[in-house]
Ligand binder design. Sequence first.
Ligand code: FES
Length: 168
Amino acid sequence: MKLMNTASAPEKTAKMTTEAKEIVGKVGKEPEYAIPLLQEIQRRHSYLPQDLVEAVSAEAGIPVSNLYGVATFYSQFRFKPQGKYLIRVCHGTACHVAGADIISAVIAQELGIEEGGTTPDNLFSFEKVACLGCCALAPVVMIGDRIHAKLTSSKVKSVIKEYKNGEA
Ligand code: FES
């Protein structure tokens, strides 16, 4: 016999509704608040959970298609959960010339994920970004709020190892 957890769906919906009320109460419910509403959702969850976006849409009276229209337009918004450490590999011009493609390839290989992915243990997410503003240090990678500069294949491997071992 297959057991079903019938209480979880309504509980989840009630939780989403409560959180949506909090978010809309804090930010506002006019259509021009679409970006701040999405930013608040992402600030809380590090991405945009679909259930919560729908609940905020209902609470604010803003069509969900409008919220997703805005969310897909701006690269700041994520649609999948993010790992504990977000690795941003700079692919601006200076970093590109200095070997950003190799750095990204090494990271992908070390973590076993593609760009935009998150490791199964939720420790790392990996994305490519435009200039991080420290071109003299190229190639650079930002992990959390730390910049790792003048990277080589071996340096990036040891940086990842430090984070994996909790030494960073
Ligand atoms: S191009 Fe990478 S920091 Fe500017």
